[in-house]
Design a protein around this ligand. Structure first.
Ligand code: GLR
Ligand code: MG
Length: 452
């Protein structure tokens, strides 16, 4: 496998070497970065449709003690560009030296062209900044270091974070408008979910989620069809699943007036409305005129964005995401700030594999006051890099109690998915949902904001 390797030993070391000095054994002897492409179904959002394959980066950190820890994050080129020089700085440091990860990340230059365009096309996460890019890279290394530390000490990651408060973490079904298959002529893996393009299709998809995984709360990714159609889909869900928490998330596609109109129609039906309008000022305006709680993973995505949003009461629930926020320990700090301001916490997700689901589950297990089911795309991912997939039972994932993250990397799968990345001509290595939709509609461009 010709993935990037920094230092001498990653992938080649023997697990379980005896090291008398525990501290010396924690020293990072090598880092391996493996970009991969994983199958993704044709899920629609306001910008377009998911590509048939999406990039992820798998990070392995190997200690002098011969223990390997794993982490996962976005795999687009702009993240790889930062991950490589960052990895080079890690050799010789300890996996327990977690605070220094942020100082080291600040030393890595971000190319101005990566942040000029202001909006992140793939992650639907608001404005793009150098800090957000760096933190998204740091998060995978922090998780890998915690995994290695936990494996060395024989402790699960949740114990390194102070201990779990629950044995199972609840997730919500992440419903998407969806085509049955990717556009004709585009190589892709088939999926068995079928199409969901109207209220009946959305309800059928929700039923399958419930049957397969036991989810009892549902989030619909909106911003795809005119708001009245999405309101109808939510009403159909409410009728089919009485008493089940429901959320709608158009990723900022609506004006303040449209947001208020929808909030009025769905008051008493929604658990929360997620990012109906783009940016803190617009969210604050909506929040001031509706009793429906507003959630976000777009206007509060860094610590710097908190003061304005919280003092203006623009959001009532923040969707934390350890990838955005720089790892599991920062996620706990975010949750503490939310508690201080009486703001609820939930968890955001976009396409991720089992390493990240394990990390999400460990940190979620440690958060006091987690009263909303977390988001997870995992059920949409038929491919993984683990020897054993994590399972949802009654919509919940059991918190792993094995050392570290409690999951094992499947090296053959990793090599297979990396080969796909190597064989790609570059067109899929950077997620671009707008470009993916153009394969079906050559006239498609990213819609204006607000779209409705
Ligand atoms: O706002 C959200 O929940 C997301 O951005 C989640 C994902 O990015 C989702 O919208 C997607 O992948 O299309
Ligand atoms: Mg969202």
């Amino acid at each position: 496998m010709d993935s990037v390797q920094v230092g001498g030993r990653a992938g080649g070391g023997k697990v379980g070497n005896k090291v008398s000095d525990l501290g010396a054994g924690l020293t990072i002897a090598g880092v391996r970065l493996t970009p991969i492409l994983v199958a993704d179904p044709p899920l629609l959002n306001t910008q377009g449709v998911h590509q048939p394959y999406t990039p992820r980066l798998i990070v392995e950190v190997e200690t002098a003690g011969g223990v390997t820890g794993v982490g996962e994050t976005y795999g687009d080129t702009k993240y790889l560009e930062l991950a490589r020089p960052f990895a080079a700085r890690l050799e010789g440091r300890r996996v327990s030296d977690l605070n220094a990860l942020f100082t080291l990340a600040d030393e890595v230059a971000v190319d101005a062209s990566r942040v000029e365009d202001a909006v992140d096309v793939g992650g639907l996460r608001g404005a793009q900044t150098a800090d957000k890019l760096r933190l998204s890279v740091v998060s995978a290394f922090e998780v890998a270091c915690l995994d290695a530390l936990g494996r060395t000490l024989g402790l699960p990651v949740h114990e390194l974070l102070g201990g779990k408060l629950r044995d199972r973490v609840e997730y919500s079904a992440y419903l998407f408008y969806k085509w049955a298959r990717h556009p004709a002529g585009v190589p892709a893996e088939p999926d068995d979910w079928g199409a969901a393009l109207d209220p009946a299709g959305v309800v059928a998809q929700a039923r399958r989620f419930k049957e397969r995984y036991g989810f009892t709360s549902f989030k619909l990714k909106g911003g795809v069809f005119p708001p009245e159609e999405e309101v109808a889909a939510i009403r159909a869900l409410a009728e089919a699943f009485p008493g089940h928490p429901l959320r709608l998330d158009p990723n900022g596609a609506w004006s303040v007036a449209t947001s208020l109109e929808v909030a009025g129609q769905l008051a008493g039906v929604l658990e929360y409305l997620e990012d109906p309008a783009l940016g803190t000022p617009a969210m604050a305006e909506v929040a001031a005129r509706t009793g429906v709680p507003l959630a976000t993973n777009m206007c509060v995505t860094t610590f710097a964005e908190i003061p304005e949003a919280f003092t203006r009461d623009a959001v009532q629930v923040v969707l934390c995401d350890h990838h955005y926020w720089g790892g599991l320990r920062n996620t706990r700090q975010l949750a503490a700030l939310c508690r201080t301001f009486g703001v609820g916490v939930s968890m955001h997700s976009n396409t991720h594999l089992g390493i990240s689901l394990a990390a999400m589950t460990h940190v979620a297990a440690t958060l006091p006051g987690l009263h909303h089911a977390c988001d997870s795309h995992y059920p949409w991912q038929s491919e993984d890099v683990l020897t054993e997939r994590l399972a949802f039972t009654d919509g919940r994932v059991t918190v792993p109690d094995g050392p570290g993250l409690g999951v094992e990397l499947d090296r053959d799968r990793l090599a297979f998915l990396h080969r796909r990345w190597l064989d790609d001509d570059g067109s899929l290595r950077d997620r671009d949902d707008t470009a993916a939709l153009r394969a079906a509609d050559p006239r498609w461009t990213a819609p204006p904001v607000p779209r409705w």
